[in-house]
Structures are given as structure tokens and as C-alpha cells.
Design a protein around this ligand. Structure first.
Ligand code: SAM
Length: 266
């Protein structure tokens, strides 16, 4: 476990933001909600009051013990379950299976592991309906970016491959205690994996995207040569897809990537 000071513990103290985060989940009265990093329970209390079931995942043993003694059936929270666990070891598909329904995920994330958490949620995409997540503003900008923007990259395509991501609102450091060094943005991620409509197999296509974005300054052609495609095969595939020989990954939509992948693997 990282040192306590490194657990990304910036506790939310803006009541309006807490209400907006919970409202963004919609009607949760019959749903199983999973909260990542409940901390001192800033969002947890409203969630536990409104949700059908709430599963909270907290790594810090002291905070976990406090939550466990606060959210009890005797205190009016019969629907609360705590997992004292690293979120990166949680099996979200198993939680959804036990719940008998896809999950709603929410959290003011520990920023030091934002990308691994997003990847883990993506891996469990068929078990999740919706996630409302607070991340560093720059990360939210990348997650929700469109092709052509300087923020568009592998993180954008990775998240957007599994559904639609939209920013909701941004908070200044003073909304937290202690204040972090960065602004924070809440975004809403509606899960709807696109592999079927794009006509591509999941794992090979994810590897292909990583190869396309491997070196941002290089052309697609250069990046694809580095993973073993011949210049001729790449030129043919780009032509067939209607893309310029000088095309760069950050200009392409997921539809372009899928067409190029299919042309290269035809
Ligand atoms: N939800 C609370 C709030 O908004 O005030 C706390 C958010 S704080 C940014 C992140 C929380 O994630 C902390 O409580 C921290 O202990 C917890 N955390 C850090 N690393 C974790 C991990 N790997 N697994 C689960 N929880 C973790």
C-alpha cells in the first residue's frame, strides 16, 4: 500500500458538488451503486440514503474502520457494504453478477491511479451502466476530447471505445480539504461498448490503438511500421480508408481507426 500521504486523500467539502454528483447517477433507489474511495464519507452518506445498495471500496484501514462503524443497519444503513480493498483488485463483473444487475459507479478518484482505474472499469464495461467520476481537470479534458484537439489521444479513444463521456462541472482546489494542486472535473461515462458496431475484435483493436498512438509526433504510417506492418500494406490500407499517407492518429475518429484496422487485416 502506498504511504497514507500518497493515497490521493483530498476530501470534498462542497455540498452542492456532492448533490450534483449523486444527481448525475439518476434514480438509484433500485440500483447497486459502487463508490470508489469513500474516504471520510462526504458522498457516501447521500448515496447510502438514496441507493438500493451501496458498495464502498476503501484502501485506507483507518478510514475503512470509521466507515464500517458509521454506516451500520443500527444507524439506518442496512444497504451498505464496505470492501477494505485496493480498487485495482476489485472484480466489478463479480459484483454485478452478485447484484443481479449492471452497476452504477461513482467516486472522487485517488488521482495517482486514475488511468488504471479507468482501464479496469473499461475491462468490466459489460457489467457497468454508468460512471460519474471526479478526476484531475486535465485528465477529464483528455477523456472527453474530440479528434483534432490537442487533448485527443489514447486515453480519449480508450474511454470512448466503451461508451460516451461528457464533462459535467469543474471545481477549484478550495472545494477540497486539503486542497490539491489542480482543478478537478466530474465527468459522466455512459457505457455502451462499440466493438460490435465498429466491426472489430476487442483485444487486437485495443493493441492496434496503442500502436497508432505510440509516438505522438510520428505519422500513423511510422507508428504502424514499428509493429511490423510493411510500408506498402500501410499505404494501401490508408488509401483504401480514404486517409492521407501523412495522417496522424490524433486526427482520426474511432470509425477511421476501425476502417484502417479492417483494411490492414483484410
Ligand atoms: N470520496 C471522498 C471525498 O470525496 O471526500 C474521498 C476522495 S479522496 C480523493 C480518494 C480516496 O480514495 C481516499 O479515501 C483514499 O484513501 C482512497 N484510495 C486511495 N487509493 C485507493 C485504492 N487503491 N483503492 C481504494 N481506495 C483508495
Amino acid at each position: 500500500m502506498p504511504q497514507k500521504s500518497k493515497l490521493g486523500q483530498n476530501f470534498l467539502r462542497d455540498q452542492q458538488a456532492i448533490h450534483r454528483i449523486v444527481a448525475a447517477l439518476g434514480d438509484i433507489s433500485n440500483r447497486t451503486v459502487v463508490e470508489i474511495g469513500p474516504g471520510r464519507g462526504a458522498i457516501t452518506e447521500l448515496l447510502a440514503t438514496r441507493a438500493g445498495h451501496l458498495i464502498a471500496i476503501e484502501l485506507d484501514p483507518v478510514l475503512a474502520a470509521d466507515l464500517q462503524s458509521r454506516f451500520t443497519p443500527a444507524n439506518g444503513f442496512p444497504n451498505f457494504k464496505l470492501l477494505r480493498q485496493d480498487v485495482l483488485t476489485v472484480d466489478f463483473s463479480a459484483l454485478a453478477h452478485d447484484a443481479g444487475q449492471p452497476l452504477l459507479v461513482v467516486g472522487n478518484l485517488p488521482y495517482y491511479i486514475t488511468s488504471p482505474i479507468l482501464t479496469r472499469l473499461a475491462d468490466a464495461a459489460s457489467s457497468i451502466d454508468l460512471a460519474v467520476l471526479m478526476v484531475q481537470r486535465e485528465v477529464a479534458d483528455r477523456v472527453t476530447a474530440s479528434p483534432g484537439s490537442s487533448d485527443y489521444g489514447l486515453l480519449s479513444t480508450t474511454v470512448q471505445l466503451y461508451g460516451q463521456a461528457n464533462p459535467l462541472f469543474t471545481l477549484p482546489p478550495q472545494a477540497f480539504s486539503p486542497p490539491p494542486e489542480v482543478h478537478s472535473t466530474v465527468f459522466r461515462w455512459v457505457f455502451a461498448p462499440r466493438f460490435g458496431t465498429l466491426g472489430v475484435p476487442r483485444d487486437p483493436f485495443v493493441s492496434f490503438l496503442k500502436a497508432c498512438f505510440a509516438q505522438k509526433r510520428k505519422t500513423l504510417s511510422n507508428n504502424l511500421r514499428n509493429v511490423g506492418h510493411t510500408s506498402q500494406a500501410i499505404a494501401d490500407a490508408l488509401f483504401h480508408t480514404g486517409l492521407s499517407p501523412q495522417a496522424r492518429a490524433e486526427e482520426l475518429t474511432l470509425d477511421h481507426f476501425a476502417a484502417l484496422f479492417r483494411a490492414l487485416n483484410a
